[in-house]
Design a protein around this ligand. Structure first.
Ligand code: ADP
Ligand code: MG
Length: 698
């Protein structure tokens, strides 16, 4: 048996169990070894009932003598109580609230191992355990009972009907029949960090020695666990770093930063760039001037002015005779970019076109011809831009407004429309650093960490539905003072129609009942492009005082005179989305307010609302968002490319990830020897490439 042996060949794993394990991603022995326990219990204190002392944590092997359900009539509300004996005259009582489900499990005669805190019941004089952990012992399993009690035992997440206990046996047997595991980590790294060897680490991670510190184990910081977590991150980061250095070996375009480029940028700039914008532009310009292609991620909080920086980069490419592609994940976002770029470039004489799915065949054909002939400088679009029939005459820069929706392949597809063009990836809101390191680890990062001057921090208020009248009168005072307001129904992807209807209804209510004297606009995704444009334009000109809308304004719309953002049904939306929406106000010199209106909330929603009222810092909010949703959900459902980590946990192990990143960069940048690097590349190719989409690492 070796690491690649399919699990179905293991003793105790038949085809049925193998299938359940496979559903958890466990196919071969190595997968099983990387299936870390999620918790450990110290069951070394095994005692006969007669020797139990109140207050101690103990394990007892005993038989169910009697069982009963009492208290409530409704089964799942009852208190389940079982009496256990172990051959002596003494007895132990186990109690489970809401334990109705145990009636068919803990039946008299059954042998079990119980683990829990011993207590003394003053009333009955019984020794009791409240909600003890228990495992049933069958005759067969009793033979390796030593595995499950009398030691620190690993607790695994069940795989279908494969219980933690069965998993424990399977892992144990696998480890027993395996020879010493080789250690693929480079020796230099291992020595510098004083890491335990892999064989020892894997074995201890599953079956810790009695000396191990339980608390350390349960916080995943025992040396063996640390090493296994590090190892996973190290290979991932090596893969990303290799990919990054390989991509940069390609021959790209060295754009010239001429006087003319500087002049054109100056002509475009509607205002003085912030220091952060200047610094970031310099990073981008240096990349563009170099012959190796740029792969850069532009991060910045909402409203920090990323668009301006992207436009500056575009000027560099255009003035060198190249075209620019701007790829956006949704039609609305693409349209917004189209308006912004057209506005910014109107003095410079660049032609900007918009290519989306809703363009007619004839329009599309015409736009494609223009791009192909090089008659337009900037092509903005959605996935439609990725179609094979779309060709650029001379694509020099691809700006990808990621919003985390484009997979690696789609990024590649736009890149292939040019000859190693420079690539700038933008994100709408900040991404937690640990996530950025895992998903965008092959990109360089520029961060705009400063807002344009004169911004007053937005005040965020939480209001429950019943108090909406107060919101409307507040809004009235703002409009009377000459300001404008948004009322938004954020969009849930599955129910676009629903939020559109809600917006329509609110529009009618506000324009007829609440503000019959004001002009209330309506904007949603189902309007024709022309209607959308005119609704936005009217708001922008200040003719419409209040704009009721679905999340179409989540991106883009830029009206500094708007000072109120009312977000309806705020409890239903993710933190990043709320923050993104809030960023639509606070863009002028006036004090702005964001009002979060909620109906019923659960604890998570309450936590989100609290975070929003507490902070305006997008990087902090992104961290909270990741904590509340989990790294897998941070980007929503369509996210592509989040590696499926097995042992490492981005939330828990951020500092190990940083260390692994540094070690990986050092190792790839200055490998101790050709042979070592070759071995590492081969290891990554065999073990990691497919899983993490690290295409062509070596
Ligand atoms: P982001 O895309 O990063 O959310 P935008 O590019 O939409 O932000 O910019 C936000 C707002 O700030 C826009 O109104 C933009 O015109 C304005 N802005 C950008 N840079 C500056 C600057 N340096 N000074 C003043 N206003 C700026
Ligand atoms: Mg370049």
């Amino acid at each position: 048996m070796d690491l690649t042996t399919p699990l179905k060949y293991l003793k105790g794993v038949g085809p049925v169990r193998a299938e359940m394990l496979a559903a958890k991603g466990l196919h071969v022995v190595e997968d099983l070894l990387m299936y870390s326990p999620f918790r450990y219990e110290d069951r070394s204190n095994v005692k006969p009932i007669s020797e139990l002392a109140p207050g101690e944590m103990a394990t007892v092997i005993a038989e169910v003598r009697s069982a009963s359900l009492s208290g409530f009539r409704r089964k799942n509300l009852g208190m389940f109580q079982a009496t256990f004996g172990d051959g002596s005259a003494h007895r132990l009582v186990g109690k489970w609230f809401h334990g109705g489900y145990l009636e068919d499990v803990l039946t008299p005669g059954l042998r079990v191992a119980l683990y829990g805190k011993v207590e003394f019941d003053n009333y009955t004089g019984d020794l009791t355990m409240l909600h003890p952990e228990f495992e049933t012992l069958t005759a067969e399993e009793d033979s390796d009972a030593a595995l499950h009690t009398g030691r620190i035992v690993p607790i695994y997440e069940a795989a279908g009907k494969v219980t933690p206990r069965v998993l424990r046996s399977i892992v144990w047997r696998a480890l027993e029949s395996l020879d010493r595991l080789p250690d693929p980590l480079p020796r230099t790294v291992r020595e510098r960090l004083k890491l335990p060897d892999r064989d020892e680490s894997v074995r201890t991670m599953h079956f810790p020695s009695p000396k191990e510190d339980l608390r350390l184990l349960n916080s995943f910081r025992a040396p063996s666990q640390w090493r296994m977590i590090f190892e996973e991150f190290f290979w991932l980061e090596c893969g990303l770093t290799l990919k990054k250095s390989k991509a940069r070996l390609r021959q790209g375009t060295a754009f010239e930063l001429t006087e003319r480029v500087r002049e054109q940028i100056k002509r475009m700039l509607p205002f003085k760039p912030t220091n952060a914008q200047k610094r970031v532009l310099k990073e981008i310009a240096d990349d563009m001037a170099s012959v190796s292609p740029m792969y850069r991620l532009l991060q910045g909080d909402v409203g920090s002015g990323k668009t301006l920086v992207a436009a500056e980069a575009a000027i560099i490419a255009i003035e060198n005779g190249y075209q620019v592609a701007v790829l956006a994940p949704t039609e609305i976002l693409a349209t917004q970019h189209y308006f912004s770029f057209r506005e910014l470039f109107k003095e410079l004489g660049y032609q900007v076109v918009l290519l989306t799915g809703s363009a007619s065949k004839r329009e599309k054909a015409a736009l494609k011809r223009l791009l192909e002939a090089g008659l337009v400088q900037v092509g903005i679009g959605t996935h439609a831009l990725l179609e094979e029939s779309v060709e650029f005459r001379k694509l020099g820069l691809a700006i990808i407004d990621e919003q985390h929706r484009f997979g690696v392949e789609q990024r590649l597809r736009i890149v292939e429309k040019g000859v190693a063009p420079d690539v700038l990836v933008m994100t709408a809101t900040p991404i937690p650093r640990t996530l950025a390191l895992t998903i965008y680890g092959d990109l360089d990062v520029s961060i705009i960490d400063e807002l344009p001057p004169g911004r007053k921090p937005i005040v965020t208020k939480h209001v429950t539905e019943e108090k909406i009248e107060q919101v409307w009168s507040f809004l009235r005072t703002q409009v009377d003072a000459g300001r404008q307001a948004y009322v938004v129904y954020p969009l849930i992807e599955e129910s676009e129609t629903q939020s559109m209807k809600a917006a329509q209804k609110m529009h009618q209510h506000l324009s007829e009942a609440v503000y019959p004297d004001l002009k209330v606009g309506l904007l949603h995704g189902r309007l024709t492009p022309g209607a959308k444009e005119s609704a936005m334009a009217s708001f922008k000109r200040g003719e419409t005082q209040i704009l009721v809308s679905t999340t179409v304004i989540e991106v883009g719309v830029d009206v500094p005179n708007a000072t109120v953002m009312v977000i309806e049904q705020a409890e239903r939306f993710g933190l990043s989305q709320l923050h993104q929406l809030r960023g639509r106000v606070g863009r002028g010199g006036e004090q702005s307010t964001c009002v979060l209106v909620t109906a019923k909330m659960n604890d998570l929603a309450r936590e989100r609302i609290r975070t929003m009222t507490d902070s305006n810092d997008g990087f902090y909010i992104a961290e909270m968002d990741m904590k509340l949703r989990g790294p897998g959900e941070f980007f929503g459902t369509k996210q592509a490319g989040l590696p499926a980590l097995r042992i490492g946990n981005i939330l828990r192990d951020g500092e190990i990830l940083e260390i692994a990143r540094n070690e990986a960069e050092a190792f790839v940048g200055h490998p101790p020897g050709e042979e070592e690097l070759r071995r590492a590349v081969a290891y990554i190719r065999d073990h990691w490439q497919r899983r993490y989409g690290l295409v062509q690492v070596g």
